[in-house]
Design a protein around this ligand. Structure first.
Ligand code: TXA
Ligand code: MG
Length: 319
């Protein structure tokens, strides 16, 4: 079965919005590239993005909103962030900001970080879709992991085929490169990805910005390392039996006896369900009354690779 491809008229946009609200994946045009959209408030819907892209790890995703009013409910906007949004939104600029404590967004969209990347796209179809969906939409570029970003609906269909329920076609994307990603959580604004808004445009507003965009082996300055969430409790992987005082993240129908508390990533062994639960459950078990968090083995396939990658990193950060 292949996905449905529809010209992005009013009826198609309404249908796309319904599908998004039902937790389905919809590819849609933005002024930069086509995005693979999902309800950003649903862990399960966001997990489907990672599954569809075949990403070997969880990268944080850009969450799309119609404008500043909706964005302010999700993240902390200081004066700088407000200035940037008023100047460049809607448009190809994504702002990395601290999540508000009451933020309704999936922790999986943040890949467990305390920050979130937000953007208000300028494309009229994206705007109409966001307003019709009535909720924030997480959307990475609509390509398989490691491939180039799609700028036409035909590229999307070729890349993702039946992994996306509906593709909205509005012709080629006018900008053609992804949005600029600007981190505003530090003292000095930092460019994390060059894109549709130029460095010159940004320095005009901010003065100096950090532009050391990390390459494959260029070390990032420590202050700019994304502070990936790692639990405060020690993490023990591939656990098959209990140690005193430990909590357990279980996978599969049965958990070994003897743990102080057990949460099931997925009782049915569904890796998408496990991905959806991962960050929220890690946080729930990260409590001082436990000596540590044990995690049962997960298969190294599909989303299991991304889950294991994330768990190994979190475990490595702790002695
Ligand atoms: O133009 C675009 O931005 C497209 C269209 C669809 O809007 N979207 C896009 O999303 O390129 P994605 O998920 O492929 O790109 C996300 C980029 C990555 O480089 C990621 O590292 C960075 O944004 N990013 C997202 N959230 C972040 C966060 N909380 N902290 C640091 N970087 C973040
Ligand atoms: Mg991409």
């Amino acid at each position: 079965m292949t996905s449905i491809l529809l010209a992005a008229d009013a009826a198609a946009i309404r249908r796309a919005a319904q599908l998004l609200r039902a937790g389905e994946l919809v590819a849609f045009p933005t002024e930069t590239v086509y995005g693979l959209g999902a309800d950003a408030t649903s862990d399960a819907a966001v997990a489907r993005i990672f599954a569809a892209k075949g990403r070997p790890r969880f990268n944080p995703l850009i969450v799309h909103v119609p404008g500043l009013a909706q964005a302010e409910r999700l993240a902390a906007f200081d004066e700088r962030a407000c200035v940037a949004a008023r100047r460049f939104w809607p448009g190809p600029l994504s702002l990395v900001l601290l999540r508000r404590p009451e933020c309704s967004l999936s922790l999986l969209a943040s890949a467990g970080l305390d920050t979130i990347a937000l953007r208000a796209p300028a494309h009229p179809v994206a705007q109409a879709l966001l307003r019709a969906a009535g909720r924030p939409i997480a959307a990475p570029s609509a390509n398989r992991s490691g491939r180039v970003s799609p700028t036409t609906a035909a590229h999307v269909a070729a890349e993702l085929d039946d992994r996306v329920t509906l593709v909205l076609d509005a012709g080629p994307c006018p900008v053609g490169v992804e949005s600029t990603v600007l981190d505003l959580t530090g003292r000095v604004p930092a460019l994390l990805r060059p894109g549709g808004v130029t460095i010159e445009q940004l320095t005009e507003i901010f003065g100096a910005i950090e532009t050391a965009v990390p390459g494959e082996d260029a070390p990032r300055s420590p202050g700019r390392l994304p502070s990936h969430y790692a639990p405060g409790r020690p993490l023990r992987l591939d656990a098959l039996d209990a140690r005193p005082g430990e909590a357990l993240l279980a996978f599969g129908p049965q958990a070994p006896a003897g743990f102080a508390e057990v949460l099931f990533l997925s009782r049915s062994g569904d890796l998408a369900e496990a991905a959806a639960n991962l960050f929220a459950m890690l946080r729930r078990l990260d409590r001082p009354e436990f000596s540590g968090i044990a995690v049962m083995p997960l298969p190294e396939r599909g989303l299991g690779r991304a889950i294991n990658d994330r768990l190994r990193r979190a475990a490595a950060l702790k002695p």
